[in-house]
Design a binder for this molecule. Structure first.
Ligand code: NAD
Length: 554
């Protein structure tokens, strides 16, 4: 199988087709883009981000998917089951070209133990959220959401979105977590990110996401002190294990202003790293004795959360950043692990009530100019939204391209389709040099059930109701999204989430415009109706103001 491995995958650029239509071409390019070494964390093992979040089950499946996409007709639909192509049927031109189901298990079997057995047998794959659904765009994909979370935390605690002179402490500098250093700096704070694998920090230094690297806590804290006193925004990566470092910072009586964590705690076996040994020793133990590794990893998670709780008690604004760390700590006997909230109920739910979430688009041309033109359009169309305009200006200055040029831009109900229609016109007129794909994270307003994350503390207690993401996938399929995915376990691990994704290709045609008007209305609309149904007044107002039909309004 390893002989099938492809080094340095890079999606084709430009406007020449290698497939039989732009939708198939877009799916192929976005799959390849997910595995571009500029984009993926570990492309050799097909791992895109988030622990072992993969784009295809194995190299044989990868090649089979590419071949199928090249042969796929404009009235056919390819079926992907946990990263492997399993069938193709004639559907019709307005159907999705690809339907994807990743990592789904019957609820009573939905745990890591069962999944890991099937994974080992080659029967399943962990798709995370945007890894197996081919719409990951590198660290930028989470950058704006991370920035928004820091800014909202600032507003809540200090009454200002400006974090100048403030100290953020967090962990993890991998695929998604690697957005933290830049997001903290964008919010004008000094951010210290503890990461056990030095290579990950080196990579973020090269990509311009991190300013300094330290091997030693004293040196790192001196730097924090110096920079906060000067009011100079900066990011520092510290090589170390979060559990040890967070505890040590607490023991020294230092209280950061904001504390969070984004290590891959959702997967104690293949993601999180235990303390008490070097990183190399940990990797060896993971290989040789995975049960022992997992036990030590869970113990470390408990220590890590205890330290976060102690820092919270000492006065730090502390929140969980979507990796289910509180759950695993509670399982280890940390009874009060849920004393600090998740980032969604703490800061982001009001946006979800408006159907707002991490919308993004990528230029299939590979030409950054295409993205700059769409940036300009977004700034003109939403000029009254100063935060959005600032965001685009900052992103242009500070975000390096990874793979195909792309832009993350949180837009809500009523905004996404209007924007995409204009972009479709720009593709039709030749103003943009090739089609554009529109997609979003599965972490969106109406596409996920995840009681320890996106749907934590819902007003009506419906946190674990998973009908919503399933309806989301079904309505987006009915509306003719280009590809639709339904996954399990993303973000928080097996058993704790069900979520859906969709991607839509704007190729400049009339048919694309019609699909945009259907899918980019129903998709954020699912967020509005989900939150209105749970009794959120802002969602009910948005439904009223923007004309979202809800049959049994409360
Ligand atoms: P990743 O696996 O690419 O990176 C995680 C990093 O954590 C790695 O670099 C790893 O070396 C480091 N790490 C692990 N244990 C550590 C420890 N004890 N101390 C210090 N460093 C440690 O994963 P990712 O894509 O960065 O995602 C991180 C987590 O965030 C996952 O749990 C993922 O599911 C979750 N996530 C959250 C959001 C969100 O919006 N909040 C979005 C995507 C992913």
């Amino acid at each position: 199988m390893s002989s099938l491995k492809v080094q340095n995958i890079r999606a084709p650029r430009g406007n020449e087709l290698t497939c039989k239509g732009w939708i198939q071409e877009a799916a192929m390019r976005m799959l390849m883009n997910n595995l571009d070494p500029e984009v993926a964390e570990n492309p050799d093992d097909l791992v895109v981000y988030g622990g072992i979040g993969k784009a295809a089950r194995n190299w044989e499946s990868y090649h089979a998917i590419i071949n199928e996409l090249k042969e796929l007709e404009n009235d056919e639909t390819l079926l992907i089951q946990s990263g492997k192509p399993v069938g193709k049927f004639r559907t019709h031109e307005n159907s999705p070209r690809v339907l994807i189901a990743n990592s789904n298990l019957v609820p009573a079997y939905a745990n890591w133990e069962h999944f890991n057995e099937l994974d080992k047998e080659g029967l399943m794959m962990y798709g995370q959220m945007t890894a197996g659904s081919w719409i990951y765009i590198g660290a930028q994909g989470i950058l704006q959401g991370t920035y928004l979370s820091f800014v909202e935390a600032g507003k809540k605690v200090f009454g200002s979105p400006d974090l100048t002179g403030k100290f953020i402490l967090t962990g993890g500098m991998g695929g998604m977590s690697g957005a933290q250093p830049l997001a903290g700096k964008m919010a004008k704070a000094v951010i210290l990110v503890v990461e056990v694998d030095r290579k990950r920090i080196d990579r973020k230094m090269k990509e311009g996401y991190c300013d300094y690297i330290c091997e030693d806590l004293d040196e790192a804290l001196d730097k924090v002190k110096e920079l906060t006193e000067k009011g100079e925004p900066a990011s520092i990566g510290l090589v170390g294990n979060c559990a040890d470092i967070f505890q040590e910072i607490h023991d020294r009586g230092i209280v950061p202003d904001i504390v969070t964590d984004q290590t891959s705690a959702h997967d104690p076996r293949n993601g999180y790293v235990p303390s008490g040994m070097t990183y190399e020793e940990a990797l060896q133990l993971r290989e040789e004795d995975p049960d022992k590794y997992e036990r030590l990893s869970l113990e470390t998670i408990a220590k890590h959360v205890r330290a976060m709780l102690a820092l919270q008690d000492a006065g730090a604004e502390t929140f969980d950043y979507g990796n289910n760390i509180r759950h695993y700590a509670k399982e280890q006997g940390v009874e009060n692990a849920f004393d600090f909230p998740g980032f969604v109920p703490a800061y982001l739910r009001p946006l979800f009530c408006e159907g707002n979430g991490p919308f993004r688009w990528a230029a299939l041309s590979g030409n950054p100019e295409d993205i700059y033109k769409t940036d300009q359009l977004a700034k003109e169309m939403f000029k009254e939204n100063q935060a959005l305009v600032n965001w685009i200006d900052m992103a242009q200055k500070m975000v390096e391209w990874q793979g195909l040029p792309a832009r993350i831009c949180w837009l809500g109900y009523g905004e996404r389709h209007k924007f995409a229609l204009k972009v479709n016109e720009m593709v039709a007129s030749g103003e943009l040099s090739a089609p554009v794909v529109f997609g979003r994270d599965h972490l969106d307003s109406g596409s996920v059930a995840s009681p320890n994350r996106e749907t934590e503390s819902m007003k009506d207690g419906s946190d674990a109701v998973a009908d919503w993401p399933i309806l989301n996938a079904l309505v987006n399929t009915s509306g003719g999204a280009s590809w639709v995915s339904l996954h399990h376990g993303g973000g928080v691990g097996m058993g704790y989430s069900i979520h859906a994704g969709q991607v839509l290709v704007a190729d400049g045609t009339k048919e694309a415009a019609e699909k945009i008007e259907r899918v980019l209305v129903s998709d954020p609309g699912m967020g509005v109706i989900r939150h209105a149904d749970a009794g959120y007044s802002r969602a009910l107002e948005v439904a009223e103001e923007r004309g979202v039909h809800i049959p049994m309004k409360k």
